[in-house]
Design a protein around this ligand. Sequence first.
Ligand code: SAH
Ligand code: MG
Length: 211
Amino acid sequence: MDEKQYAESLLPVDPQLEQVRTSIRDQQMHDISVPAGYGKLLTLLVRMTGAKAVLEIGALGGYSGICLARGLADGGRLTSLELREDYIQLAKNNVSRAGFGECVEYRAGEALESLKQLYAEGRRFDFFFIDADKGNYPNYLDWALKLALPGAVIAGDNAFMKGKVYQDQYEGNSVKAMRTFNQRMLNDERLEGVLLPAYDGLAVARVKAGS
Ligand code: SAH
Ligand code: MG
């Protein structure tokens, strides 16, 4: 057993979330949902920040969506952006089955388009979870900063890209983009951030008030 397995082994069984994984595999989809402990952390982060307007980029089958929705304060809402209509259908089913159908809104298509639209509609958010195409992470961060309420929290998954991000021989566009994202999460003057060497790397930052 290693640290990760030990930590995960202490988590109570969660039939609701297990069902989401089963539904993803049943569709012959690759289950790249966040691990259980990571999902729990998302719930806690949303709860601890008292977030009421959460934005997720990358829904897949709704696993992280349920975790985020669980942490919502009364009257809180999750808006989730997803490229594929079929994934949205699956996520909607799963989120509804988990009892959050009423507080989750999905937007289909390129996330960059949806972000532009949300901005134009005047929507603002106090929590962001970025977990879609890695090459766009710096763009997603730009949009998060534009859409952020003061003190908003931004979390980004897969900050290590399975180790590629800190190995020089990898020079693909998405690796480069992730390096830029991580650098900015920890060094942008408008942010106060940290990169946690847990799971596949979790970057978390808070948007400073007055940014
Ligand atoms: N957050 C999910 C996993 C997301 S996997 C969870 O942990 O449960 C990444 C998702 O991002 C996939 O569903 C993929 O279809 C979506 N995606 C990839 N590129 C995208 C884009 N350009 N715009 C919107 N969604 C995108
Ligand atoms: Mg991920």
